[in-house]
Design a protein around this ligand. Structure first.
Ligand code: ADP
Ligand code: F6P
Length: 466
């Protein structure tokens, strides 16, 4: 079996089951790499006075983790800049927040070059290289420039937006062209894949060939939809752990005679937290008799604090949760509990299990693994109900959830009412179908389908010639 080299901006070494960690990508890759004796290469998360390209190697739980430090200009222009002020809002349909600054583009290209140059000496002839997410789109091109002939795949964790949105990005053709330096490019959903194909047809007169291939820029690229999943067997295990049980008991004790509604998200404007609070506000206004019957717990650890849009959403949520609590709270009850910290995964598992409703309402989301974790954590005999945004990638698989438009306070309010009054039989019926999907299309299935598709790509030179 070839060695697998995984490259991502964020690297979370697997330091043991249940440890705290945020971000779907890191959670999925930690699980995916556990079975491959591969290397996980990326940014250490640290800023050095200047970039040296020195690699720190660490071996944990069968995975070699290789990280590099970046320098301040990289952090500002590449991570905060092009990745999180330009591409992230664009991919999440927020072009009102997207900033186009030439320095960001230069920083993005520079860091992708630095990643390629530091990674190059670690690559052996048979290795399969798998690059992840919007931070590293041009990495394949940079590796090819350095003469790397290995199979290289790319997977986009965030949505690929509609053609007209991509076209708002300066130098969008160049960015898309760089994707054609990969052998395989994967998306979360068929919808994202179609949007990419439409862009290629409309913007660069590319052709769709048989066998899931596209031809443009004089190259042929294999493309596909590979919906990411969670490590379902591991999650089933941690939900039975002592810490998970303890968290479950604590939260159940806190909500005696009440139903717990839970949301768990990075504090990000794409997660629809403001709209979610307003939907809950509408529910409280519409259902005076149910007010004291519920507690909404929103866990939202701060994220990307160097980006103004994140500081602003944080301030708005502070104000909104305060306003709703001020309006409805009683001496012994607050409708919203809003917490900005990280928890261990086993604690989150216990929290999900104690909840009657999982409220997962992003305005746009590549997949959303929290929705899948919520399902995996439920008690099969008395499961909670998932209220899920139709704009999360997960909605394409989790069809038995209560699907809502996250922009509509009325739909959120109605779905909450329906979820809270749903009888046990219907809850069990819906949960079984959801759990079957979460277990079948899990992280192992995702990894294997991508890696097999990449390994199947004919010798690169042959493919180029065809
Ligand atoms: P994203 O990748 O955009 O953050 P996902 O829902 O796909 O969104 O993945 C989020 C991951 O981060 C999940 O595995 C979730 O359990 C984890 N996570 C989210 N919030 C917290 C938190 N407060 N503490 C610990 N882990 C968290
Ligand atoms: O899953 C989307 C994603 O952007 C990942 O690429 C990233 O690791 C995660 O969310 C968390 O964001 P960040 O790495 O910026 O903290």
């Amino acid at each position: 079996m070839s060695r697998l080299i995984v490259v991502s901006n964020r690297v979370n070494p697997p330091t043991g089951k249940g440890e705290e960690s945020v971000g779907g990508l890191a959670m999925a890759l930690a699980a995916a790499l556990r079975e491959y004796s591969g290397i996980w290469f990326g940014w250490s998360g640290k800023i050095a006075p200047e970039f040296t390209g020195q690699i720190q190697m660490q071996r944990t739980e069968g995975v070699t983790v290789a990280t590099i430090d970046l320098e301040e200009a990289d952090y500002q222009e590449y991570y905060n800049g092009f990745a999180n002020k330009t591409l992230w809002p664009l991919c999440h349909y927020r072009i009102d927040l997207a900033e186009y600054d030439r320095a960001f583009g230069e920083g993005y290209d520079r860091v992708n070059c630095r990643f390629a140059e530091t990674l190059r000496p670690l690559i052996e002839p048979d290795d399969i290289i798998w690059v992840h997410d919007y931070h590293l789109i041009p990495l394949g091109r940079e590796l090819r420039r350095l003469g790397v002939k290995n199979r290289i795949g790319f997977f986009l964790h965030v949505p690929w937006p509609a053609h007209q949105l991509v076209a708002t990005l300066p130098r969008h053709r160049e960015l898309v062209q760089s994707l054609f330096d990969y052998d395989l490019v994967g998306f979360q959903t068929e919808e994202n894949l179609q949007a990419f194909e439409e862009y290629v047809a409309a913007e660069v007169s590319g052709d769709k060939l048989s066998g899931g291939r596209l031809r443009a820029f004089g190259r042929t690229l294999k493309v596909g939809a590979f919906p990411i999943g969670i490590d379902a067997p591991e999650f089933a295990q941690i939900v039975r752990s002592p810490r998970a049980r303890r968290m479950h008991d604590i939260m159940s004790a806190h909500t005696v005679f009440r139903s717990l509604i839970v949301g768990v998200d990075r504090l990000d404007y794409s997660k629809g937290l403001e709209e979610r609070f307003l939907g809950f506000d509408r529910f409280l206004a519409d259902n005076p008799d149910l007010r004291r019957e519920v507690l909404m717990l929103q866990v939202a650890p701060v994220s990307r604090e160097g980006v103004e849009a994140y500081q602003e959403i944080r301030a708005r949520l502070d104000a909104l949760s305060g306003r709703i609590n001020g309006e409805y709270a009683d001496m012994d009850w607050n409708p919203i509990r809003y917490v900005n910290r990280n928890y261990r995964r086993d604690e989150l598992a216990g929290l999900y299990r104690a909840a009657r409703v999982g409220l997962v309402t992003p305005l746009r989301d590549g997949m959303n693994l929290v929705a899948k974790e919520f399902i995996a954590a439920q008690n099969p005999d008395d499961p909670g109900v998932l209220v899920l945004s139709r704009f999360a990638g997960a909605a394409h698989q989790l069809k038995e959830a209560l699907l809502v438009n996250p922009n509509s306070a009325d739909e959120i309010s109605e779905a909450l009412k329906r979820a809270l009054s749903m009888d046990q039989q219907e809850r069990i019926r819906r949960w079984r179908a959801l759990f079957e999907n979460v277990s079948r299309e899990d992280v192992t299935a995702w990894r294997d389908s991508f890696v097999h598709a990449l390994a199947d790509v004919k010798e690169r030179r042959t493919a180029l010639a065809s």
